[in-house]
Design a protein around this ligand. Structure first.
Ligand code: PMP
Ligand code: GLU
Length: 386
């Protein structure tokens, strides 16, 4: 009998990754399934980015790079962070790695057994398992529909104990597409400063924004020194398979997190980093066109949902998700199973995102308008039978 470590026995496989794999298998078997499940842009990676990688491959840019990333990319990220996010980052503060891995390394570098990390609930499926893998305790802050699922400073204040080390924030958010206001961000940042916490700000949906402003906590007065900002190429440039992102951290945190990088992945893929430079320095037209289309699709989803009595939602201002409440008598996992079995439409149960997500489903509109319209119509038919 193999005995597995407590840390892996304490976590479950990723529900979003699992559903994605399942849909891919079903499609490979020739089954017709409409996917409104996975959070992955359905656009090609822009050609100038692909070309940069091809050029790098042809030039044999296929070896180890410096562990924190190639200089040009660290410079491009620092410049972007300064200009667009008002984060006082230098290239020396930038560590290049897959976004998911930046979060994991941050947890590994900052958390010990007995420590607590505050995470949003509902929140992205991997926050709690990453904290658990670092032997610490995730503390979910439940937020409700009428708060747009943004964790309130009051609820966070109540959850802080002498063991709290991290406060994880995510705007625009997964699964609800909520955008934290400047006031909400500031109130949360002030709490972190008052209680000497490190803020981990997951800004991967930064550019998928329709209304409101994106506020980076690290740009607020005095916050740079206690904030790890995480971002990446997956969503903004439709580069999920390239496995490329970055974190920005003040020198003392950067130094410790880098050790985890050096002993795990060494560096990010060399030629992908060249593509990253092209993405940050290249034309923004493909991104603008994608966001315009996402906005139009969001409006289509909202219009269709308004016709379904038992599915109600506020208007999300970012990301490519809506997270409607389901006024039905079955739990969200059973509902999603029935929607998949009876209508061949894949959506994600709200319970995957934490206890506060129960009674909701996540609809990803990173899918064609036809898929969205047909998928929502079929969902309407299933819920009408309940
Ligand atoms: N944060 C959030 C909120 C996400 O939804 C995702 C999933 N893409 C990630 C981080 C991880 O991103 P990546 O796939 O680029 O590692
Ligand atoms: N983040 C995306 C999602 O929530 C992709 C899968 C994952 O990494 O969780 O669907």
């Amino acid at each position: 009998m193999v005995l597995f470590a407590q840390r892996v026995r304490s976590i479950e496989p990723s529900p979003t990754v699992h559903i994605g794999d399942l849909i891919a298998e079903m499609k490979a078997r020739g089954e017709k399934v409409l996917s409104l499940a996975i959070g992955e842009p359905d656009f090609p990676t822009p050609a100038h980015i692909v070309d940069a990688a091809k050029k790098a491959l042809d030039a044999d840019f296929t070896k180890y790079t410096p562990a924190p990333g190639i200089r040009e990319l660290r410079e491009a990220v620092a410049e972007k962070s300064q200009k667009e996010n008002r984060i006082p980052a230098k290239p020396e503060n930038v560590l290049v790695a897959p976004t998911k891995h930046t979060l994991f390394m941050t947890c590994m570098a900052l958390l010990d057994r007995g420590d607590e990390a505050i995470i949003p609930d509902p929140g992205w499926v991997s926050y709690a398992p990453m904290v658990t893998l670092a032997s610490a305790r995730p503390v979910p802050i439940q937020a409700a529909d009428d708060e747009r699922f943004v964790p309130s400073a009051d609820a966070v204040a109540e959850a802080i104990t002498p063991h709290t080390r991290l406060l994880l924030l995510n705007s625009p958010s997964n699964p609800a597409g909520s955008v934290y206001s400047r006031a909400e961000t500031k109130a949360l940042a002030d709490l972190a400063a008052d209680h000497d916490l490190i803020v981990v700000s997951d800004e991967i949906y930064e550019k998928i924004l329709y209304e409101g402003e994106h506020v980076s906590p690290a740009s607020l007065d005095g916050m740079f020194d206690r904030t790890v900002t995480v971002n990446g190429f997956s969503k903004t440039y439709s580069m999920t398979g390239w496995r490329l992102g970055w974190l920005v951290a003040p020198a003392p945190l950067f130094k410790e997190i880098s050790k985890v990088q050096e002993h795990t992945i060494t560096c990010a893929t060399a030629f992908a980093q060249k593509a990253g430079v092209a993405a940050l320095r290249g034309p923004t037209a493909p991104l603008q066109a994608m966001v315009k289309e996402f906005r139009a699709r969001r409006d289509v989803v909202l219009k269709e949902l308004a016709k379904i009595d038992v599915l109600s939602t506020f208007r999300p201002n970012g990301a490519f998700y809506v997270f409607p409440r389901t006024d039905v008598k079955i739990d969200s996992a059973t509902l999603c199973e029935r929607i998949l079995k009876e209508a061949s439409v894949a959506v994600t149960p709200g319970s995957a995102f934490g206890a506060a997500g129960e009674g909701h489903i996540r609809i990803s509109y990173a899918a064609s308008r036809e898929t969205i319209l047909e998928g929502l119509q079929r969902i309407a038919e299933v819920v009408a039978r309940l």
